[in-house]
Design a protein around this ligand. Structure first.
Ligand SMILES: Cc1cc2nc3c(=O)[nH]c(=O)nc-3n(C[C@H](O)[C@H](O)[C@H](O)COP(=O)(O)OP(=O)(O)OC[C@H]3O[C@@H](n4cnc5c(N)ncnc54)[C@H](O)[C@@H]3O)c2cc1C
Length: 407
């Protein structure tokens, strides 16, 4: 593929970027589009560099707290992905925008995928995404917030669009960032305004933007971002009507205490406690007999049963989820639903196991015997020890007894 981008796919190119990291400048400028960000994400995503390697290089330079924190975010999203699997495509919590899920459109509007919204900033971000395959973090946040909150499109449609084009496309970092912006995995929705865009975007979009020339967000056809945060919040989100009952803060439960408020002529005339019972029936996976730790989870070994999931202490896993890549982290009693807490991703290679380590470099194939120093599922990068030289190196798990060495 011949992308108009300066990313080059080799360990050498990754090393050059690693060498150029300036942790202090990164901390001071990372939110600016022309800030000293590392541009390492495609290399980390595709296993050319490990997170630990980047961390060690940053620490060796001294400081780098902010950068280490960002590496931590990547690690955290990956761990959640392991735990939730395809559950990262589902809203993790109710939205805090005041709008029901059905208020959001299912598809990306055509003017966005054509980079033709008429807003200079948004069209530039959309073009960069689709032509170069890379966007600065702040541009990702602005573009995603515009899709979800201004255009009221479901975050999943935007997430699919990003994954289709990003060189660093990673379902965990991508989807969970979209959920964070949308407020299905955070306590409030993320929005921005023109002042924020101009400050961190270096003022490069608004001067030539036709919308900006027509005025602010209140003007017909004006810049939809040119307003105070208070004005935008009131415009984009919905507060509950007087007397309208939001869900209790803890979410749905079998028994809930609600407060009913009586309103007459715009005045509150009384408040009364009301206890309600709720049931949510779903088909979930269940252990037909006692299942032991380490047991694989092929569908043929499980039973699907419809249960009231609000009665279960740990949320059970829906029966449409494929669990064949997992094993039990602990024993499960007969008749008990399987929950996420019971699962770990199936390790293909176990700690201490002897494996074939294969290295391919410029047409040369090298094969050696090595011992795994840690367990890992398919695709994980683990430490292995060469049995002849006793040297320790990183390799990616390919199958039950083989790892691939990366240079
Ligand atoms: C809507 C949205 C979608 C995103 N989709 C992806 C994606 O598909 N793949 C992806 O790798 N990152 C994604 N990110 C996170 C982040 O934008 C990129 O990792 C970062 O911009 C990559 O540029 P960089 O390497 O110069 O990052 P730097 O700021 O230099 O950070 C160094 C490394 O830390 C990690 N990192 C930095 N910021 C974040 C973050 N907010 N979340 C998780 N890890 C982070 C990345 O591995 C990055 O390479 C997304 C963020 C948003 C808001």
């Amino acid at each position: 593929m011949n992308l108009p981008t300066d990313f080059r796919g080799s360990r050498q190119a990754a090393e050059a970027l690693l060498e150029a990291i300036d942790p202090a400048r990164y901390g001071a400028t990372r939110n600016h589009l022309d800030g000293a960000v590392t541009r390492l994400s495609p290399y980390i995503r595709h296993g050319v560099l490990t997170l630990a390697e980047v961390r060690d290089r940053v620490l060796a330079r001294g400081g780098g707290g902010k950068l280490i924190q960002e590496l931590g975010w990547r690690d955290y999203w990956q761990r959640l992905w392991r735990q939730w699997g395809d559950g990262i495509w589902l809203d993790r919590e109710p939205l805090k925008t005041g709008h029901p899920p059905e208020a959001y459109g299912p598809d990306l509007p055509a003017d966005l995928s054509a980079a033709a919204t008429g807003l200079a900033c948004i069209d530039a971000f959309a073009t960069d995404l689709m032509v170069t395959g890379w966007l600065h973090n702040h541009a990702r946040m602005w573009l995603a917030a515009y899709v979800v909150h201004w255009r009221r499109v479901r975050w999943q449609a935007g997430a699919r669009w990003f994954l289709q084009h990003l060189l660093d496309a990673d379902p965990a970092s991508n989807n969970l960032s979209w959920q964070w912006l949308a407020s299905s995995f955070s306590h409030k929705p993320y929005i921005f305004n023109r002042a924020n865009l101009e400050r961190f975007g270096g003022g490069r979009y608004c001067a030539a933007c036709p919308a900006a020339s027509r005025g602010g967000a209140a003007a017909p056809g004006g810049c939809p971002f040119d307003a105070s945060y208070e004005w935008l919040q009131a415009r984009l989100f919905r507060s509950p009507e007087p007397g309208e009952q939001a869900l209790p803060p803890g979410g749905l439960a079998s028994v809930m205490q609600l407060t009913v408020r009586g309103v007459s002529g715009g005045k509150i005339i009384g408040e009364w406690p009301l206890q309600v019972r709720a049931e949510v029936w779903r088909e979930v996976w269940l252990a037909p007999q006692r299942m032991d730790r380490g047991q694989m989870l092929q569908p043929s070994l499980l039973t699907a049963r419809t249960v009231d999931i609000l009665k279960e202490f740990n949320p059970p896993i829906a029966a449409d989820q494929d669990l064949s890549g997992f094993e039990l982290a602990q024993a499960v009693q007969a008749g008990k639903p399987i929950s996420r807490k019971d699962l770990v991703e199936r390790s293909l290679v176990r700690k201490g196991q002897f494996v074939d380590a294969v290295a391919n470099e410029g047409g040369l194939n090298i094969r050696m015997r090595a011992q795994a120093m840690e367990a890992g599922p398919a695709g994980a990068v683990i430490r292995v020890r060469n049995l002849d030289s006793q040297k320790v190196f990183f390799a990616q798990v390919i199958n039950e007894n083989q790892v691939q060495v990366r240079f």
